[in-house]
Ligand binder design. Structure first.
Ligand SMILES: [Zn+2]
Ligand SMILES: [Zn+2]
Ligand SMILES: [Zn+2]
Length: 277
């Protein structure tokens, strides 16, 4: 990455809104030990995360659990959604931005690739119909390319990853890297993650999968990027119980859980207790 494009340190708060794969955990109708676990950290809504920077609130994706997640975390403001890709577990909750439209009289900014924008147009056609209907979400779409962009004065670096054959955008903001639904990443994109203090990255399960990293693949990438702390997300019930993962994972690699919060300020990374605790 060219020198003048290097991410600057930015103070931010991160909340994992959901850490589950597309089915969520527990999986409907499954009675495996993980799905029956009473540990709240084994209950995983669909993957999404929230960040607060300079008084602004942003989320990565708005999946089917979007509303439930924002209520749980008592989120009462939102400025933008940064989409990763258009699978339903990442976009299905978009309609719920209407509350912010009505209550706060705010238009929500959407950052999406042309491909994701097309899916949003297909899935939510009423948003774009010019028929005077008052009840549709008010959004302002910004087209995402694989180049840094300004978000209320901070620079966001998109990171192109592959989800089997599908293009997905991860993000680097200050010292945070956020990657979900990746199964491979090109070297030049990995470069953009170097120097990040906190890396959130997907691993579906221990065994290999065509469109998601396994834990082993994610650990190899984490070792290469070498963040201060890495957090695993987008987990399926096959991965195991949170408590066991916590002990099995390598040093400085944590299994994420819904409601996990941390703060990056100055040179420090601090884990905060979850709001539900
Ligand atoms: Zn997904
Ligand atoms: Zn299960
Ligand atoms: Zn996906």
């Amino acid at each position: 990455m060219p020198e003048h494009h290097l991410p600057e340190p930015i103070d931010l708060e991160l909340i994992l809104l959901g850490t589950g794969t597309s089915t969520g955990v527990p999986v409907l109708a499954c009675d495996c030990a993980i799905c029956r676990s009473e540990d709240p950290r084994d209950k995983r809504l669909r993957t999404s995360a929230l960040i607060r920077v300079n008084g602004h609130t942003y989320v990565f994706d708005s999946g089917p659990d979007f509303r439930t997640q924002l209520i749980r975390e008592q989120v009462n403001d939102l400025d933008a959604i940064l989409f990763t890709h258009a699978h339903r577990d990442h976009i299905a909750g978009l309609d719920d931005v209407r509350a912010f439209n009505y209550v706060l009289n705010k238009t929500i900014h959407i950052y999406a690739s042309q491909e994701v924008e097309q899916s949003i147009r297909n899935e939510f056609p009423y948003i774009f119909r010019d028929d005077g209907y008052f009840g549709r979400p008010r959004i302002d779409i910004h087209t995402l390319h694989n180049e840094p962009f300004d978000l209320d004065g901070i620079t966001v670096f998109p990171i192109l990853v592959k989800h089997h054959l599908l293009d997905v955008f991860g993000y680097r903001i200050g010292e945070l890297g956020y990657i979900t639904d990746a199964s491979s990443i090109e070297e030049e994109e990995i470069e953009k993650l170097k120097g990040c203090k906190v890396l959130v990255i997907n691993a579906l399960r221990k065994s290999r999968h065509i469109s998601h990293f396994s834990t082993e693949e994610a650990f190899a990438l984490i070792a290469q990027i070498n963040p201060e702390v890495a957090i695993i997300t987008h987990m399926s019930h096959f991965i195991g119980k949170h408590e066991d993962l916590f002990h099995e994972f390598p040093p400085r690699v944590l299994p994420g859980y819904d409601g996990m919060r941390l703060q990056i300020s100055g040179s420090k990374v601090k884990l905060l207790p979850p709001t539900w605790y």
